[in-house]
Design a protein around this ligand. Sequence first.
Ligand code: 2RA
Length: 333
Amino acid sequence: SFMKVAVVGATGLVGTEMLKVLAERNFPVTELLPVASARSVGQEIEFQGQKYKVVSMDDAIAARPAVAIFSAGGSISKEEAPRFAAVGTVVIDNSSAWRMDPTKKLVVPEINARELTATDKIIANPNCSTIQMVVALNELHRKFKVQRIVVSTYQSVTGTGKKAVDQLLEERAGQEPTNPAYPHRIDLNVLPHIDVFEDNGYTKEEMKMVNETKKIFGDDQIRVTATTVRIPVMGGHSEAVNVEFAEEFDLDEVREILRRTEGVELVDDVKNNVYPMPKDAHGKDAVLVGRLRRDETQPRTLNMWVVADNLRKGAATNAVQIAEAMLKMGLLE
Ligand code: 2RA
């Protein structure tokens, strides 16, 4: 069941990671259709030892690929995903364009791939900061039922893209950034500002964590409040998660459950300075969980520290895993 696969946004940070993950996991690609902005058409992309020319959106649609994985921003997804779907292509979109659309599935395969059907032609990949948190909480939620989450994030500049990485590197080299991504310096600083501010004083990034968590767990009763922060780090996003459950838990049982949670690696031995860090999560697909401890200030509440490579499990790997799940379920032509 080898197939044509389009990668839309192939030259961006996530798109590049997408190609790496497709190759690493031997996804059955007969022909790759790398799509990028008009200015990149004709540029050459190397994939599995072959050279591919970047093609236009129209040419990619005309080729009727089985799958199109998007990481090209919300407006391009809004515009072009339906055009691919119209020719039978299954679109897996990394942007926020379709995530809260009631007719679209928001999928983390370990949690809800089973909800996918043959009629799902546009599937939304959740926001990276949401994915790592729900992967860490998945089995604990099933066992103890999550009621409320207070999360603070420490997010890598790679979540913004190349411009932000360049800004950080230029600032670290003592240069004035040529094309800054942020309204302030990011080196030796932190910005409590990811995406745009809404009327309620939260940023879109914070509201994504609130809304997407409820949709992925299929439970509107879960209360989430978030503070998302950009930090001068490359390897991945870190999150301090405080979670209140409906049921009482035993810490050893929590540890045991995390050990057997799909997609999670328990990294927790503080007596030996062992805890999750972006430098260790970088390049891995696992969500690293550590610093487990009871919140002594209220019952049934747990603190944990969650770290993952936002370009991998946070985006590219999760998207490819959705494609793999659909292939296994016979949902890809
Ligand atoms: C960020 N989660 O980190 C957002 C989008 N990747 O900027």
